[in-house]
Structure formats: C-alpha cells, structure tokens
Design a binder for this molecule. Sequence first.
Ligand SMILES: Cc1ncc(COP(=O)(O)O)c(C=O)c1O
Length: 400
Amino acid sequence: MNKIGVGYASIKQLEKTYVMDALENERLSPGKYVFKFEKEFAEMHGQKYGIMCSSGTCALHISLEVLKETENWNENSEILVPAITFIATANSCLHAGLKPVFVDVDKLTYNINPSEIEKHISGNTKAIIPVHVFGQPCEMDAIIEIASKYNLKIIEDCAESHFAKYKGKTVGSFGDMACFSTYVAHTITTGVGGIIITGNKEYMEIARSLIAHGRACTCETCIASSQDSVCPKRMGTEIDRRFMFVRIGYSCRVGEMEGALGLAQIQRAGEIMRIRNANAHKLTEALSEFEDIIQLPKYPDYIEHTYMMYPIVIKETASFTRDEFVRYLESNNIETRPMLPLLNQPIYRKLFGNIEDNYPAAKWINNHGFYVGIHHGLSEEELEYLIKTMREFLLKRYLR
Ligand SMILES: Cc1ncc(COP(=O)(O)O)c(C=O)c1O
C-alpha cells in the first residue's frame, strides 16, 4: 500500500480538459480561466472580488501592504496573530514591515482564543489575523466584537479552511480581506497559488496593482494584455498606462494553467468536501471510545468543519507519549505532521526570545499534538487501514 500522506492532488478529467484548453489557446499569462476562477471562488466565499496570486503567503503579504497603504500603518504597527499557525502568517507581517504580536489559542479548537486577545492590544495595534486552522472556523462573533471595539481591521487566514462555515456564513466573508493558499494538499489546489478575496473595490484595485509590479491600470484588458481590446485609459498620458507604475509592487501573479486547475477544482468542491467530511466522521467514530486519552476535533453545531487535516492531541491521562504514537504510525507507513509549531521555531526564538511559556495552550498543543491526512484522495482501503492501525496502537496501549 502507498504511504498514507497528509494531502493529495486529486486531478480528474475536468482539470486535464481545462489545462489542455489553456495550453491549446497558447495563453499562459492571466486570462479567462484566472478571471473566472477569481470571480467564482470569491462568490462561493460570500465576497465580490478575488485576486489570484502566487501563494497564500503572498496573499497575506499583499493584503497587509494594501491596508498599510490605505490606513497609513508604519513600522510600529502591530498585528495580532495566533500562537499556533503556519509560520507564513506571522512571516507575512514581517515581510510587510509590521510587527506580529502573538495571542494564545483555545485548547479545544486550536484557533485564536478571543478571551486572550484584549490583553495584547496596545495603542499600535491595527489588525487581527484570525487563522481558521485545520479546516475549523474561528469564533468570529467574538473576534468581530473586539475588532469593532478597538477599530481593528480583520484579515482572515483561510489557507486551511476553504468553504468552512461559521453560523451559516463561509469563512472569508467576515474580514476586510481574506487569504487562501491553493498549494498542493490544500482542499482546493492549483499546484502553487493563493487568492485574496474582499468586498472592497479599492482594496481589490491596490492588491491587483501590487501583485503586478505596482501597475497604474489594473483593468482586465491591461492585465491580460488582450490582443482583441485596448483599455480606453491606456493612451493619452505621458507613459502608456499599462506600463505606468504608481507604487513599489511585487511580481506574484499566476497564469492560466493555475486558473484552469482552480476552476476545475471548485467545480468539484461539493464532491471533495463530502468525501473529506465522511472520512473524518468515520475516523472520529472509530476513535471516540478513546476520548478520555486523546482529544479529537470537537466543535459546536454552528460550525461546518472542512477537515484539511485531522488533528489529535494526547491527553495527560494517556499512558503513552505523542512521539510513541507518531513513531508507531510512521513505522506503519502513515504520515504525521506536528500541529503548526511557531514560537519554538529557531528563527522566532532568535527574533522574539523564549516566549513560549507565555502561551500555555499553544505549548501544550505543540508538545502533545500531531495530525494525519483525511483527504478525498484516500481510497476506502486506505481509510480502513488508517483506522485499523490507529486503533491497534490505542487498544494495545490503553490502560483503563
Ligand atoms: C495557515 C496558513 N497560512 C498561510 C499558508 C501559506 O500558504 P503558501 O504555502 O501557499 O504560501 C499556509 C500554508 O500551508 C497555511 O497553512
């Protein structure tokens, strides 16, 4: 049997058809597939505008740069970031010349703990980045209440939670801006890639400009350098507006092949979510008799989890360590990964010092947690094997 990996790019005929069409059109730079993917992905997440870019990290960095420009933030501006997230969330603040300030997470949901936020707010705090980790939405009502009380912007990091819902609303529809990664193994994948969504036209226009070197005109005709139509604003200025630059931008566009993959993947989103959910529920059911020694995903019924991965934390009551469990799974060909350790990363220790003890929930999760894949690429046989292997270990090591 193949290794049971944490993620999988499940490419079907639709993806191949769209990518072949893009190639046959001999068009690799952004065009109809990118525009369609951006529009449909944004709409599926309750927003008006989508801006596809080269990674989730880029999406976060660009969103912060947009707000830095429009809100006049400076190098002292602080951004609240959870103490458990992939390092890219906090790195993007540093890329934008802003200061990440860490907030402890909730021991049950692994998401930013709203009751820990206010103690980190200072006169320089400008925004919160709630990260919906592992496919589970954050407690958005409480976060929005704090953000409005202190006049903070919200940038949702939805890299791990495409299509997840909180109280009937999709993630990405709560913040001023929201960012997704479509890197391989994310729920919807384009190989590499990311997308920003927003309901604010000005933010959309600046983001489009920033991903394309700081271009003055960001209309579809100029972006797509269409042979068939010419932007009416293009001529009549000192510099052709398509090649006029009004800010120091970046080069983080993607092309038609990524757009084609993305469009096919979102058209299969219903099927992808259904399989992930069914797999996760099957695993939870099989492990539920061990809940006094392992913590399984738990959430209220107003949450729709999309299980980008399946996190497990070993409780103090267990007679084995996380590492013993992980070694057993790995030696049986099941891939495991740590639960997004951040504050103990060598580079963060160097930058911020040994601050991990100030974040007891994050520290507990880092020391006792891991995740496995539960993705839509698993065959029935592979899922059964995953369940059987986990139960085997737990039954052997379970002390009642
Ligand atoms: C929570 C989170 N934010 C941001 C990113 C960065 O995305 P990318 O790898 O596309 O840059 C990831 C990537 O896995 C992530 O998990």
